[in-house]
Design a protein around this ligand. Structure first.
Ligand code: GLN
Length: 253
């Protein structure tokens, strides 16, 4: 009886101590929960699966990197343009959304090392005869606000005489083409091919541009340098450990 009591008291003391230790650690590392913004639908980088759970390469990379580097974060799926705005305004600390690194954006954001290579393409309805930019003459195409695909389509629209209609999300942009309201949609090739081959989107890629782009994690320029450092360091570690390739293969094979 006595022995049990001693044990119980001892155990309680150990538990209390460990609680204090946890609290102490939190303070010591100034633990912060980073607010990370992402896109809504940009599969296989981020999307909602059949069970309503958000998943994708970007989300898994972030999770693996945060584990390596020991930081906390919470993700908000805001949409691509809205995610950029929230990083710019300081509402979000960073974003991961298949975001292409380019000179113009580097004036406003600091990027991590590249974690994926991509190119802009355009897709058309399965029965469409369109195979080139020339064939888009006089037609209306769909693009997503704020993306490099949209920028590219606007540049080509001037040269080849077609109209660009912009949408906030990729899903509505695809619908515009499958419903026959637009002749084509401009999207990143890995995303378009995933939609077609893995999700049964009734579209086909008609043209892929030579314009390459690399995806990076972004923060507001001059802010959150430590987060970029952590991302880069974690990325390097998961590339070495094979975790990076495991994540990519899971979604692309
Ligand atoms: N890679 C493209 C860009 O950065 C599209 C990103 C997206 O739609 N999520 O503009």
């Amino acid at each position: 009886m006595r022995m049990k009591r001693v044990l119980a008291v001892g155990l309680a003391a150990v538990m209390a101590l460990s609680l204090v230790a946890c609290g102490g650690n939190k303070k010591a590392s100034g633990e912060k929960t980073y607010k990370i913004a992402t896109d809504t639908t940009f599969a296989p980088f981020e999307y909602e699966n059949k069970d309503g759970k958000r998943e994708g390469i970007d989300l898994e990379l972030l999770e693996a990197i945060s584990k390596e580097e020991g930081f906390k974060y919470e993700v908000s799926a805001l949409g691509f343009d809205a995610a950029m705005a929230s990083v710019e305004s300081g509402e979000s600390d960073g974003m991961i959304a298949g975001m292409s690194i380019n000179k113009k954006r580097q004036e406003k954001y600091d990027f991590s090392q590249s974690y994926y290579k991509s190119q802009v393409c355009f897709a058309v309805a399965k029965d469409s005869k369109i195979t080139s930019l020339k064939d888009l003459k006089g037609k209306t195409v769909a693009a997503k606000v704020g993306t490099v695909g949209s920028e590219y389509s606007k540049k080509m629209a001037k040269k080849y005489n077609f109209e660009v209609k912009e949408f906030d999300g990729s899903s509505t942009m695809y619908q515009e083409v499958t419903s026959g309201n637009a002749a084509a949609c401009f999207e990143d090739f890995p995303v378009m091919s995933y939609e077609i081959n893995k999700k049964g989107q009734k579209l086909k890629v008609a043209y892929t541009s030579n314009e390459g782009s690399e995806y990076g994690f972004a923060v507001k320029k001059g802010d959150n340098a430590e987060l970029i450092k952590k991302f880069n360091s974690g990325l390097e570690k998961i590339k070495k450990s094979g975790k990076y390739q495991e994540i990519i293969d899971k979604y692309t094979k």
